[in-house]
Design a protein around this ligand. Structure first.
Ligand SMILES: Cc1ncc(COP(=O)(O)O)c(C=O)c1O
Length: 398
């Protein structure tokens, strides 16, 4: 039976990572992989996570099944983290959350529930977006439509075009939005733009599907949820996919959640039962370990404060690297403007150079950046910033 299968093409980012690993040059730099790296180039276990994990291992008395919806405390605490504890939808009983295997699992569960609720709904995706959005969400059966999001020339959100496209979205369709730290552009909607999209959603009757995978890495834990909280307070319905991979550094523990804001207090339990039935039919139950760690951290005042400090450190380190890079290449042979890098948020920005220049960076200098020129700014540190800037300046001067 397997002779009929053809090998799938290699994931371009994984291919780039393999090439990086094989590269014998000492000064090589990896700006491709989408994980946080600290000043030492490592992706560390966060201190609060390590402490919670130690405590968990000491306290655990069973590995018995946990339940289809995961840990109920985790579900409530993640909802509080997303919406803020005082959010009216919580008091009104209109919100519910279900633990999922990572943010990817959260997106898929969200998509499957939406497809059950409205099989005719199309999904509008801003371009560019995280490369896995379209395969991950499209394979649940959605017809995918696109709206323009980013202007590659001025490196800003192309808001007029975005709004123009969203003005055509009919009632009941879904619109995918990035909650913060847009991947790959680093360009987020500002408050006024969130308000405009919210009002348009109300007027047209489309429903936002918000993917928030970097809460805390842009402006702060609460600040990064501003748009999401606004939408949750203004709109009758909302679907949110969130991930603890980046802000808790729990990548391999697969810790995420799908949250649903419903138009009345009767719906959340029905929607949850649908989400649970989808989980049961696919992976049955989410892994417990990461969610128990997150739940413990969010509930324990000291651990939570320590975790928040670490998230602040991560964010400030990335911001500092953004500034060093922008300053280091601002005086370049072609007078190209790179100021967008210091203004954008989160782990990613486009460098915005040509394909030939990108290839030279890789071949002549061992600097690995994906073909779209999306860089992971967390791959920069004080040990490689000078070499990075010198190399970019050399490539720009030819
Ligand atoms: C925008 C976006 N959404 C979702 C995810 C999925 O995260 P997870 O690793 O938790 O599945 C990522 C991961 O890179 C992402 O960048």
């Amino acid at each position: 039976m397997f002779d009929h299968l053809n090998a799938m093409p290699e994931d371009p980012i994984l291919g780039l990572m393999a090439a990086y690993r094989k590269d014998p040059r000492e000064q090589k730099i990896d700006l491709g992989a989408g994980v946080y790296q600290n000043e030492q180039g490592q992706t560390p276990v966060m201190r609060a996570v390590q402490k919670a994990e130690d405590r968990l291992i000491e306290q655990q008395s069973t590995k018995a099944y946990q339940g289809i919806a995961g840990d109920p405390d985790y579900n409530q605490r993640v909802l509080n983290l997303l919406l803020g504890e005082e959010h009216k939808t919580l008091a009104d009983g209109r919100a519910v959350s279900m633990q999922t295997p990572g943010g990817s699992g959260a997106l898929r569960i969200g998509a499957e529930v939406i497809r059950r609720a409205n099989p005719d709904a199309r999904l509008w995706v801003g371009i560019p977006t995280w490369p896995n959005h379209i395969p991950l969400l499209g394979s649940s059966g959605f017809q995918i439509e696109q709206y323009p999001y980013y202007n590659q020339n001025n490196h800003r959100v192309d808001f007029d075009s975005m709004l123009g496209a969203l003005e055509q979205v009919p009632q009941g369709d879904m619109v995918l939005l990035h909650g913060c730290c847009h991947n790959p552009t680093g360009s987020d909607l500002n408050h006024e733009q969130w308000q405009q999209v919210t009002e348009l959603a109300l007027q047209r009757g489309f429903i936002p599907f918000i993917d928030i995978a970097y809460q805390g890495l842009g402006d702060g834990l609460d600040e990064d949820a501003w748009g999401l909280r606004l939408m949750a307070s203004r709109l009758p319905e909302l679907v949110i996919a969130s991930s603890c991979s980046k802000n808790f550094g729990l990548y391999r523990e697969r810790t995420g959640s799908t949250s649903f804001i419903c138009s009345d207090a009767k719906q959340p339990s029905i929607v949850l039962s649908q989400a649970m039935s989808i989980a049961r039919q696919t992976y049955s139950m989410p892994p417990a370990h990461g969610a128990l760690i997150v739940s413990m951290i969010l509930d324990d005042k000291t651990l939570r404060a320590e975790w928040k400090d670490e998230v602040d450190e991560v964010r400030q380190r990335i911001q500092a690297m953004r500034k060093l890079l922008t300053d280091g290449i601002s005086n370049n042979a072609t007078s190209q403007d790179f100021s967008h890098i210091s203004q954008q948020k989160g782990m990613f920005s486009f460098l915005g150079i040509s394909k030939e220049q990108l290839t030279r960076l890789r071949e002549d200098f061992g600097i690995y950046i994906v073909d779209s020129t999306r860089m992971n700014l967390a791959g920069i540190n004080s040990g490689n910033i000078d070499y990075l800037c010198e190399s970019i300046l050399k490539v720009l001067s030819v």
